[in-house]
Design a protein. Structure first.
Length: 152
């Protein structure tokens, strides 16, 4: 087993139509407005950016995201990740009644030296930290999607 390799999957049931959810998710520069753990996003060009993330544990992850797939018709957004974690992340949206079921899949290898050294004893904490971050992201996006634009 590679203790520095992770696969995550999160499912979010959101009370907004898929096109609205897709528009929110494709605007990564707006993530800090609704996702507290996404501390900073800096676009480097039209398809890439640098993201700094910090959740409950006292460390930042800085990653370069490069767009791999943007397909509104299929409801798919996919990026390649390099930096403190390397791999891929993908949002897949499925209409679900009047709402949307969002699936987030991420497969990464940790490259940050401190986290690599703590791979074995810290694995459960790292997974729990990710789960808390994803729960917060779901709550934040739900509020963002259901708040009238003039109130934001």
């Amino acid at each position: 087993m590679d203790w520095n390799h992770y696969r995550f999957r999160s499912l979010w049931a959101l009370p907004a139509p898929a096109p609205a959810v897709y528009r929110a998710l494709e605007r990564i520069e707006d993530y800090p407005r609704w996702w507290p753990q996404v501390r900073e996003v800096r676009r480097t060009d039209v398809t890439s950016g640098i993201v700094r993330i910090r959740s409950l544990l006292p460390y930042d992850l800085t990653t370069v995201l490069r767009e791999e797939r943007r397909d509104a018709a299929a409801g798919v957004l996919e990026v390649a990740l390099t930096g403190d974690v390397e791999g891929r992340a993908r949002w897949t949206l499925l209409p679900d009644g009047r709402g949307t079921l969002v699936r987030y899949d991420q497969e990464v290898d940790v490259r940050k030296p401190l986290l690599r050294r703590l791979a074995v004893p810290g694995r459960a904490c790292f997974r729990a930290n990710h789960a808390l971050m994803m729960r917060s992201g779901r709550r934040g996006l739900t509020a963002y999607l259901t708040t009238p634009p003039e109130a934001v």
